[in-house]
Each structure stands twice: as structure tokens, then as C-alpha cells.
Design a protein around this ligand. Structure first.
Ligand code: SAM
Length: 272
């Protein structure tokens, strides 16, 4: 079990970073040689990974638009990653410049780049913290400044809980954040999956999990039921429920054909 830690301020150039490999898979430029070598190795054994990353990113974009349509103007994005195309604040502030966004990541490059990007943005910031310490984040001065928990908030746990081990009790973690949310808030979760995939895709995911043993983050694959259980008593899933990523309120028909479709679940619930 790895314990929640103070976020690293240094970059270890000998250890590949899951955050920076994800940036590489999304054609980003904020990665180092060690990350690219690792990502190439992952691509070799699990070629579907970039497609899953794109499906996940696209799910995030649709979730943010959905929450805006529901009137939400506050976003808490846990494990936000290295800024890339379609960041939450860009989508939200294009629709309403008054939208407020708090990003959280403990990876130093993700933090540094987001900080730089948001330097002149009074309504968005990033906190350098470990999401396994909910009170550090919920009670952080920047969170208090930008998020009013008496009003609806969109809590985004997109592409992050796959890095949280069972020992770190993801269910309790989700609940700790959810308990702070006012009725009318939304909780969004996406997660890597393989149980409904063809055997060769399941093998790919198993090889991916093995490869990430060498990275700074390990990957945990969960069943649909395990993810469903995180949407606990206090919330109701909105239609279409917890589904494959491209099936969640699609706005383009193209992604439904992706061979990576069964490799991720996504769902959004409204806080009652
Ligand atoms: C795959 S990226 C997802 C980025 C973005 N949410 C998206 O879906 O496009 C996962 C991010 O979660 C961050 N992360 C993983 N575990 C974390 C933790 N315990 N605390 C803070 N950030 C974490 C990683 O550093 C990485 O940037």
C-alpha cells in the first residue's frame, strides 16, 4: 500500500510518469525521454491505449458541457493531468467566463504547467495535492476561495481512480468528497475496464497493468459493479447510467465504432 504523500516537487527523470505518458498518448509535448520510452513500450504491448485516452478525454468534455447545461458553474477536477486540448476551464469559461475551476494533481509537471497556464485566470487554479487526502483539498484556501459548497459543484474523478489501490479505499474516498456536495451537484467517474472486452483486449489490459508496475503510478482494473458501487446512496445516476465511455451521451457517431469501446466505463450521478 502506498500512503498519501506530500506531493513531489521534484521530477525523477529515471522513473516514467503515468501523467506524462498520458500526455504523450494524447500527442502532448510535456513529457521526457523516460516517459516516451515507457509509452512506446506500452504502445507495443497494448496498442489500444491512445484510443482509450482519447475516449476518456472526450467523455470529460461531454460531462463538462452536460454539467454546464444543468446550470453548474463550479468544477473540482481531481487528478486533472497535464493541460491538453479541451481543459475543463476552457470549456466552462467559453460558455460562462464566470465559471470557477479548481484542478488538483500531485504530479509536478502537471502542476507546473497548469499553474503557468492559469496564472492570469482569476477563476481557475490548481492545487498541488494528493487526492487521497480529501480534507487537504476541500479545506484548501484556494478551494474555499473559488468553490461555494452551498451551491452545486461538478466533482470530476475522470481517469484517476484507476491509480488508487483498493488499500486506499476508493469507495470511502469518493464518499468523503461527495458528502460535501450540495443537492444538484454532479459526480462524474470514468475508469479503465476489461471484463466485457474480447479475450485479446483483456490480454492487452493485463499487459498494460504489468507495464505500469515500472511507472510512478500503478493501474488497477475494476469491474462495472465495483465502479457502480462508488455511486452510493446519496446520488442518482443520470441517463444512460454507467456505460462504455463513447456511449455516454455521445455527440458524434464516430466514437461508438472505436475498438477500444469496452475498455472504459463512465457515468455521472446527481447528488440528491
Ligand atoms: C490519466 S490522467 C487523467 C487526466 C484527466 N483527468 C483526464 O481524464 O483527461 C491521471 C492524473 O491523475 C493524477 N493522479 C493520480 N493519482 C493521484 C493522486 N493520488 N493525487 C493527485 N493526482 C493524482 C496523475 O498525476 C495524472 O495526472
Amino acid at each position: 500500500m502506498s500512503s498519501p504523500r506530500d506531493p513531489r516537487s521534484d521530477v525523477d527523470l529515471n522513473v516514467p510518469s503515468a501523467a506524462r505518458a498520458y500526455d504523450y498518448f494524447l500527442d502532448g509535448a510535456h513529457n521526457f525521454a523516460v516517459d516516451r520510452a515507457f509509452a512506446q513500450q506500452v504502445l507495443h504491448i497494448a496498442p489500444s491505449v491512445p484510443a482509450v485516452a482519447r475516449l476518456n478525454r472526450s467523455f470529460l468534455r461531454r460531462v463538462v458541457k452536460f454539467c454546464l447545461e444543468q446550470g453548474v458553474r463550479q468544477f473540482l477536477d481531481l487528478g486533472s493531468g497535464i493541460p491538453t486540448v479541451g481543459n475543463v476551464h476552457e470549456i466552462a469559461q467559453q460558455i460562462d467566463p464566470g465559471s470557477r475551476v479548481v484542478y488538483v494533481d500531485y504530479e509536478p509537471v502537471a502542476y507546473a504547467h497548469a499553474r503557468q497556464l492559469l496564472a492570469d485566470n482569476p477563476n481557475a487554479t490548481i492545487i498541488h495535492a494528493d487526492i487521497r487526502r480529501p480534507t487537504d483539498i476541500l479545506d484548501h484556501p484556494d478551494t474555499r476561495r473559488l468553490i461555494d459548497f452551498s451551491e452545486p459543484v461538478a466533482l470530476l474523478m475522470v481517469g484517476v481512480l484507476l491509480f488508487i489501490s483498493d488499500d486506499d479505499r476508493p469507495s470511502e474516498l469518493v464518499a468523503a468528497y461527495r458528502e460535501r456536495l450540495a443537492p444538484g451537484s454532479f459526480l462524474a467517474i470514468s475508469h479503465i475496464a476489461s471484463e466485457e472486452a474480447a479475450p485479446e483486449l483483456q490480454d492487452e489490459v493485463a499487459r498494460l497493468v504489468s507495464a505500469y508496475a515500472a511507472a510512478d503510478e500503478h493501474v488497477y482494473v475494476r469491474t462495472r459493479q465495483e465502479v457502480l458501487d462508488w455511486f452510493d446512496d446519496g446520488v442518482s445516476l443520470v441517463e444512460p447510467g454507467l456505460v462504455f465511455l463513447p456511449d455516454w451521451r455521445p455527440d458524434t457517431p464516430v466514437e461508438a465504432d472505436s475498438p477500444a469501446r469496452p475498455l472504459g466505463y463512465g457515468g455521472v450521478a446527481e447528488v440528491r
